[in-house]
Ligand binder design. Sequence first.
Ligand code: PAF
Length: 290
Amino acid sequence: MTGQIGAPAERLLTPPVVRDRDALAAARDRLPGPVAVVMTMGALHAGHAALLRQARARAASVIATIFVNPLQFAPTEDLDRYPRTLKADLEICVREQVDLVFAPTAAVMYPAGPPQVRVQPGPRGEILEGAFRPGFFGGVLTVVSKLLHLTAPDVTFFGEKDYQQLMMVRQLVTDLSMDIEVVGVPIVREPDGLALSSRNAYLSPRERRSGLALSAALRAGVAASGQGPVAVLAAATAVLAAESTVDVDYCELTDPSLGPPPAKGPARLLIAAKVGATRLIDNTALKLGR
Ligand code: PAF
């Protein structure tokens, strides 16, 4: 049963779920601050739960948004088959003590169809994911801007699993003068190293085993980090190359803000690869040199 707006959340089986802007505005007005928002496309897993838990620890009220944003999917991508699991998602929201769920339809978010005015991600949106998924960050930042505008949070939480997305959202709030704190939350992994992702649901058992090459490559890169950037990339690419079913889009080393990697000091190693029809991404922080 879906909760009612305004009824005390603890007595309900789910948090109140609102589906349109007016209901959201009315429910948002009643939430005590500070307010945190965690944006998701649903198919929630322990990675999302970690975001919600951090939000719960930081804010008086937590809003979760659940919206599979068509704007960030290319026509060749998996919009139609993206997992939609609202009932299970709401159970996680209950467990993580979410106060309000905003689960709009595409018609609510884009009443006149695809918007003509969109956020331009700039040069950092054209590398890595942006190079392989043209239009992706324009779609992400446009919906993130709208959701920030509609939910009016004090703080928002994004996973480091989508590290470039986290960087882009930070850039968005800075460049568009939004007075909102953006908190990054570490990646949650399966015991064998696989980074949690809603898209893991697509993997066959055999593909899942192949997908472990990404986290293994990151570990190899970290192990070689004392020897500098060339050694890191050599170690990581050797692990990926040994797994013939993994089709690598990129394996790149950057500084923590996604600029060119330093010879020494903090850096980020990022990998994207297709395993069968499923595209996986993963990354890690590391420290180059001794
Ligand atoms: O990371 C995601 O799930 C999506 O890109 C986001 C931030 C919810 C925007 O649709």
